[in-house]
Design a protein around this ligand. Structure first.
Ligand SMILES: NC(=O)c1ccc[n+]([C@@H]2O[C@H](COP(=O)([O-])OP(=O)(O)OC[C@H]3O[C@@H](n4cnc5c(N)ncnc54)[C@H](OP(=O)(O)O)[C@@H]3O)[C@@H](O)[C@H]2O)c1
Length: 285
């Protein structure tokens, strides 16, 4: 048996087509173009690539992407004031902060300051909390992408044993909440997990986002497991994920490749969050 490879680019294209239609209907109804502002701070080559891809995706679906760039040594106060003025500006329908930010800035403080209504990334504690209590609204884009892929592939989550290798605030924790909300049995592993294999081998669905090349081999999965690779690692041979694809391919039932798996769907999910923040702004007026 060889695992089915998920085509993330195709899934992303389907989402973008739906959003293009929705945006054109919303523009006709509200006579205003959705406008999303991204704040970038300093220079980070991976972030710049994401920004370029997201900007192209926005243009494709009819969302106006605006970028505010700050030097790496910008005082925190300046960023907080900028976020506040974007929160107050009715012409801004969504705010995106490009992470990681330089270490003198508190990500938590920035996330707290973005209005929950304009929070494209779903990082504001109010949106995180809503996800946790099963009142999902603006959900972080990467967890949403994983869920979108599983849904697209008709994978039933109820009662499944799911292992997540990642306990970050932006990936593992919100993803665990989303899966619990769908009645899966969820285990979260991380760098201090004593014996990763002993958990991952029991998973019907293994979702890995450690950023460690070849962390997951065939010895880490059970037969016919579904394997979702969130990891992104730059290697001399190009971008790779956490999964040793050659090894896992013969044993897994379904696998997401890197590149071309979770990544493009994450960008598409950011677009659908932008439509939600736009609706928040225009429909409350
Ligand atoms: N495809 C996409 O759309 C997308 C989006 C966002 C991020 N990513 C990628 O996903 C990965 C994670 O992103 P992130 O922002 O969540 O990064 P992060 O904060 O560095 O999280 C990495 C997680 O993996 C754990 N980990 C690291 N090495 C491990 C190991 N050897 N065994 C078990 N667990 C290990 C870490 O545990 P500790 O915290 O205890 O060290 C942490 O929970 C990165 O490769 C990133 O580039 C992809």
């Amino acid at each position: 048996m060889t695992a089915t490879m998920v085509n993330g680019r195709e899934i992303a294209k389907e989402i973008r087509n739906k959003i293009t239609l929705e945006v054109s209907q919303l523009k006709k109804k509200y006579h205003t173009e959705p406008s999303i502002t991204t704040i970038t701070i300093g220079r980070d080559p991976s972030s710049e690539l994401y920004l370029k891809l997201r900007t192209a995706a926005c243009n494709e679906v009819g969302i106006f992407p605006k970028i505010l760039h700050f030097e790496a040594d910008v005082p925190e106060k300046t960023i907080l004031q900028t976020i506040q003025s974007l929160n107050d500006d009715p012409a801004v329908h969504g705010i995106f902060i490009q992470y990681p930010v330089p270490s003198h800035l508190s990500s938590n403080k920035l996330m707290r300051t973005v209005s929950a209504l304009k929070d494209v990334e779903g990082f504001n504690p109010e949106n995180m909390g809503r996800t946790l209590i099963g009142d999902e609204f603006l959900v972080s884009c990467t967890p949403l992408s994983v869920l979108t892929i599983l849904d697209h592939e008709h994978i039933v989550l109820k009662g499944k044993d799911i292992v997540i290798v990642n306990h970050s605030n932006v990936v593992g924790k919100p993803l665990a909440a989303l899966l619990l909300n769908r009645n899966a049995t969820v285990t979260i592993c991380h760098v201090f997990t004593k014996d990763l294999k002993s958990y991952s081998c029991k998973a019907d669905i293994l979702i890995t986002g450690a950023g460690v090349k070849n962390l997951i081999t065939k010895d880490h999965i059970k037969n016919k497991a579904i394997v979702i690779d969130v990891g992104i690692i730059k290697t001399k041979d190009g971008v790779r994920g956490d999964v040793d694809v050659e090894s896992v391919l013969e044993k897994a039932a379904l696998l997401t490749p890197v590149p071309g798996g979770v990544g493009p769907v994450t960008i598409a999910c950011a677009l659908s969050n932008m439509v939600k923040t736009y609706r928040n702004c225009v429909e409350k007026e």
